[in-house]
Structure formats: structure tokens, C-alpha cells
Design a protein around this ligand. Structure first.
Ligand SMILES: C=C(OP(=O)(O)O)C(=O)O
Length: 587
């Protein structure tokens, strides 16, 4: 009997989202379905066809169930995507051809179904029609599920957590995180990843603890093991003893008392002790987070990551679907502003099941992503811009382009936008003709040429997650070098200072919307450097507001001045931490 997992063991990873959780583990390992190939004896052929019919039926039931759950958890719009999946299962051509292939070759039904569905996927992905091309992704998704059922492989979807569980995964892709059962995930633990990987951003927005970079933990535990996740210190304790549980119970209580103090203070305005108001905004991914934005008293949305709609399905959402999502956020938060970022797909956010749109790249973070993708796929870009413009008639919407690397790219994006505006105008569709348009500054070349970008921007928003990785040449999702990802590196601070100076020279508001903005240890440094607005996952607003209300802006400026004179990232971090601890005590 394997007793290793019954004993308590502790693994140190990277603390990625604060909090402590205790519960049973759900192991999630991503892998492709491997299809065996063999000859079926003639007397077993009727049975083989019956096996296929049964797998189709089970798949249909599974999809219908997921559709119901998604509708309950995320709403009817998100659930609609499963209609297309159900249609694939009713496709008589696909099913008929599989049976014919089986009758002709006598190979096992998995092999025949795989061959026919691959042929369909290829044919659909080559059609010169956006809608039909998108169906290739639906067929791929459904085919994987049918194959899993034929091979008796357990469904391992994050949409279907049976009970409250700690998810331990080798990795969580953005499309996995789009389908994660938010009401049942107690915490997230991954073998890979760093503080800014997508799984972490999702965990922080769900306000569940997360620890990443645990190397092979997902292979050392099994379903049903118990674990404590300590998202403060980056520790996971598997099968904790009674005494460990007691110790963590105490720590958890202390943190809870502090949290209630933070929540109480969050009802007050974000103003420093010397009377300087600070704008604290929210980062969101989905319309249903509007409630969270209100609950946490955010001044609006500083970053609406629109990828979610594209990642929750393998199908590109229509202009109308996007319009409804953007309108819900704009309307729900009016008159507060909502900064909608145009698509930032690619990099760590490829769209699953769409190799034709996102071919595999050796170096995706430096590859075909964000504005580069949009300028090449202008049909998709135009649909999104029109959807955002139409939503602007219902609230205070701003547009933000990601990954701008220079003025020419900005000008090209603005030209497409101008075209979309003329189109809507000629059709009499209402929109805000003075919609503010800004750029994310997250590529070093944009930071270096911020003076050239400023005249054509209404605002800058600094994406520190990417900016830091590009300045330091540290892949933000590579846990082997995560310790070198240093937001307080002098090169980062000098770049931030330059962006603020150029932005302010051009009379632009300069925000930070990367994870650095939601860390109360960094917030005084950023504000002291002149950042006008911090945008973060809503649950982090109370901690940042707490330090804002406990400091003076004069002290924050002095901290920034001092930090800019220092040359050790660790010492700068220690200084920021000391600044924070001198003003905020958890006890
Ligand atoms: C906010 C950012 O963008 P992403 O969505 O890639 O984290 C960033 O890079 O800081």
C-alpha cells in the first residue's frame, strides 16, 4: 500500500494569491487523448457500433449538464456556446462517415471516428468563411470528449468540481480557467507558473489562495488527499497533522480579523493622510464581475480583459455577443469609467482549438499576439471595435490597445477605429464620438517612445506584468527564473519614471494595471512616482486603500526618490516593505 501521501509533507512554491484554504484535493492533469488502433473481429462489429452510439449519447448528456452548470454559474450568454457542441453530435455526415469507415476498414471505432473528425476539422479550418472556420474548433472539442468516453477515460473538467475542492494542476490554461467552477474551487495550486501567470490572475480575482511553481506536486498527490494552501508564504501542506491544522487555524483567525478591519476601512474614500485623493480601479474579465467592482467600491474598471469571451469557447464570438457583454459592464457601472482593452490573445492566452488562427510558436510572448494579431485579423478587430463603440452609448467607455510597440502601430489601430466609427455613423448607430483611446505601455519600445505616443493617446496604462518580463528578459510564466522577476529592479523603476514623465508632459493620466498595482507593498512606491491611478483585481482594493489612507503622499514621494537612488532590487523591496509595515500592522 502506498502510504507516502498519508504522511504530512510540505512543499514550498511561489505565493501567488493571498489567503489560507484547507480542503480535499482535486487533481487536474491536462493531456491529449491517445487513440489506440486495432482490428475488430467480424463477430464483434455490431457491438462496436453500439459502443459508438453509447459514447455519443453519454457525450450529449455530459455537454447538456455542463451547459446547465455554466448557465447557472456564468449566465445564459456563456452557455450558448455549448449549442454548437450539441449540433456537432447530431451531424449525420460525421456519424455516417465514421460508420462507413468502420465497415470498410474494420479498424476500431475510435480510430475511424478520429480519422473522420480530423478530416472534418481540416476541411472546416480551410473554408474561407469566418463562421464555418470557427466550427473546426467545436468539432475538435466534441471529438476529444467522444474519444475520452470511448476509451473510458474519466472526464476531468474543472467545470464539474463535485464539491468544494483545492485544485492541484500541472498547469491551468486560460481556457481551463474560463471554465473553472468558481463556486467550488477553494484554492489553486499548480506545478508551473509564476506570480503573473493567468491562473494566478484568475485566482486573485476569485479571491482564493494560490501557490504556483510547485514542480511535480500534481503527480505526488491524488484525488481526495487533504491539503492546506498558505497563499501568504507560498506553502502547501499535504495531509496535515492535527497540530499543523491547529497552528493554521490560529493564523487564519488572525488574518480574518485583519480582513474585517480592511473591509470596514474600504467604505471610506481613498485619500492619503495629507489629503491627496487616489483613484483605485478594478481589473475584470467578465460582465458578472460588475457586482464585485461595486462591492469593493472601485472607482470604475481600469482594465477589462476581453479575452475571456474568446477563451471560454473555441469559437470567435460575434459582434452582437461582444456588444451585449461590453454593454452590460458599461451600463452596470455608469457613470464610472470602464477601460475596455482590445484583444490580447496569444502569448499565455492562445485560443484553444484554433491552430489556424494561432499557429504554434517557439516564443509566443514575443510572437503573434494582441495588437499584432488584431491588425492582421482585421475582421475580428473590427467586430470588436464596433461592439465597444456601440456599448459606449450606454456608459463611460474608454478603449485601450495592448502591446503597442511604436507610433506606427498606434496609428494603424486608430485608422481601423476611425473606419469603424464612420461605418456606425453612416448607419445611424449611436456611440460616443469622443471616446477616449489610450495605449497600454508594456513593451520597452513603447516606454522609450512614450513622447511620440502621447499626442495620439488620451491615457497611458502601464502593464507591469509584461513590461517587467520584457525589460528584464524574464519569461513571466517560467517558474525556474521566477525569482529573477523583480518589480523593484532599477531598470523597471527608471522606465516607470520615464513613462510617468512623458505621460504627464502630454497631460495624460497614467495608470498601472499590472499585478504590481494590487500589491499594498508596491502601491506607495508607484503613487510616489506619480502614478495617477492603480487598477487591480477587486478583492485587493481594501488592502491598497488601507495603506493609501495610512500614509502621506509626501512620504510616498520621498520613498520613490530614495528608491530611485538605490541599486539593489532586494534592498528597494525591503525599503517598500518597511514603509508598509511601519504603517499597517496585521495583529
Ligand atoms: C495587465 C497586463 O496584461 P495581462 O493581461 O497580460 O496580464 C500586464 O501585462 O501588466
Amino acid at each position: 500500500m502506498d502510504t507516502s501521501v498519508k504522511n504530512e509533507f510540505t512543499v514550498q512554491g511561489i505565493a501567488a494569491s493571498q489567503g489560507i484554504a484547507y480542503g480535499q484535493i482535486f487533481v487536474y492533469i491536462q493531456s491529449d487523448v491517445e487513440v489506440p488502433s486495432y482490428q475488430v473481429e467480424p463477430e464483434k462489429r455490431i457491438e462496436e457500433v453500439a459502443r459508438f452510439e453509447k459514447a455519443l449519447l453519454v457525450t450529449r448528456q455530459q455537454i447538456a449538464k455542463i451547459q446547465d452548470e455554466v448557465e447557472r454559474n456564468l449566465g445564459p450568454e456563456e452557455a450558448l456556446i455549448f449549442d454548437a457542441h450539441l449540433l456537432v453530435l447530431e451531424d449525420q455526415a460525421l456519424i455516417g462517415e465514421t460508420i462507413r469507415e468502420f465497415e470498410t476498414t474494420g479498424r476500431n471505432i475510435e480510430t475511424c471516428f478520429n480519422k473522420v473528425s480530423q478530416r472534418y476539422i481540416k476541411a472546416f479550418s480551410e473554408i474561407d468563411d469566418e463562421y464555418l472556420r470557427e466550427r473546426a474548433g467545436d468539432i475538435r472539442d466534441v471529438a476529444q470528449r467522444v474519444l475520452q468516453n470511448l476509451l473510458g477515460q474519466a472526464e476531468n473538467s474543472l467545470t464539474r468540481l463535485a464539491d468544494k475542492r483545492i485544485v492541484v494542476a500541472n498547469d491551468i490554461s486560460p481556457s481551463d480557467s474560463a471554465s473553472i467552477d468558481r463556486s467550488a474551487a477553494l484554492g489553486i495550486v499548480t506545478d508551473t507558473g509564476s506570480k503573473t501567470s493567468h491562473a494566478v490572475i484568475v485566482a486573485r480575482s476569485m479571491k482564493v489562495p494560490a501557490v504556483v511553481g510547485l514542480r511535480d506536486l500534481s503527480h505526488r498527490v491524488k484525488h481526495g488527499d487533504w491539503a492546506i494552501i498558505d497563499g501568504y508564504d507560498g506553502v502547501v501542506i499535504v495531509n496535515p497533522s492535527e497540530s499543523t491544522l491547529f497552528r493554521y487555524g490560529k493564523i487564519q483567525e488572525q488574518k480574518k480579523t485583519f480582513e474585517s478591519r480592511l473591509l470596514k476601512a474600504n467604505q471610506e474614500p481613498a485619500v492619503t493622510l495629507d489629503g491627496v485623493p487616489v483613484t483605485l480601479m478594478a481589473n475584470i474579465e467578465k460582465p458578472d464581475e460588475v457586482k464585485l467592482v461595486r462591492d469593493y467600491n472601485a472607482a470604475g474598471v481600469g482594465l477589462y480583459r476581453t479575452e475571456y469571451l474568446f477563451l471560454s469557447s473555441s469559437r470567435v464570438p460575434s459582434e452582437q455577443e461582444q456588444f451585449l457583454a461590453y454593454k452590460a459592464v458599461a451600463e452596470g457601472l455608469a457613470p464610472n469609467p470602464v477601460v475596455i482593452r482590445t484583444l490580447d490573445l496569444g502569448g499565455d492566452k492562445p485560443m484553444a482549438g484554433n491552430p489556424e488562427l494561432f499557429p504554434k510558436e517557439d516564443n509566443p510572448f514575443m510572437g503573434f499576439r494582441a495588437i499584432r494579431f488584431c491588425l492582421e485579423h482585421q475582421d475580428i478587430f473590427r467586430d470588436q471595435l464596433r461592439a465597444i463603440l456601440m456599448a459606449s452609448a450606454y456608459g463611460k467607455v474608454k478603449i485601450m490597445y495592448p502591446m503597442i510597440s511604436g507610433h506606427e502601430e498606434l496609428a494603424r489601430a486608430n485608422a481601423v477605429l476611425a473606419d469603424c466609427m464612420s461605418d456606425l455613423k453612416s448607419r445611424g448607430v449611436p456611440f460616443d464620438e469622443n471616446i477616449p483611446v489610450g495605449a497600454m505601455i508594456e513593451v520597452p519600445s513603447a516606454a522609450e517612445t512614450a513622447d511620440l505616443l502621447a499626442p495620439d493617446c488620451a491615457f497611458f496604462s502601464i502593464g507591469t506584468n509584461d513590461l517587467i518580463q520584457y525589460i528584464l528578459a524574464i519569461d513571466r510564466v517560467n517558474d525556474r527564473i521566477a525569482h529573477l522577476y523583480e518589480p523593484t529592479h532599477c531598470a523597471v523603476l527608471r522606465t516607470l519614471r520615464r513613462i510617468v514623465a512623458e505621460g504627464h508632459r502630454g497631460k495624460l493620466e497614467v495608470s498601472v494595471c499590472g499585478e504590481m498595482a494590487g500589491d499594498p507593498v508596491y502601491a506607495p512606491l508607484l503613487l510616489g512616482m506619480g502614478i495617477d491611478c492603480l487598477s487591480m483585481a477587486p478583492p485587493w482594493i481594501p488592502s491598497v486603500k488601507y495603506i493609501v489612507r495610512a500614509m502621506t503622499m509626501a512620504d510616498a514621494r520621498a520613498l520613490a526618490e530614495e528608491a530611485l537612488q538605490m541599486n539593489s532590487p532586494r534592498e528597494i523591496y525591503a525599503k517598500c516593505e518597511a514603509f508598509y509595515r511601519a504603517r499597517v500592522s496585521v495583529d
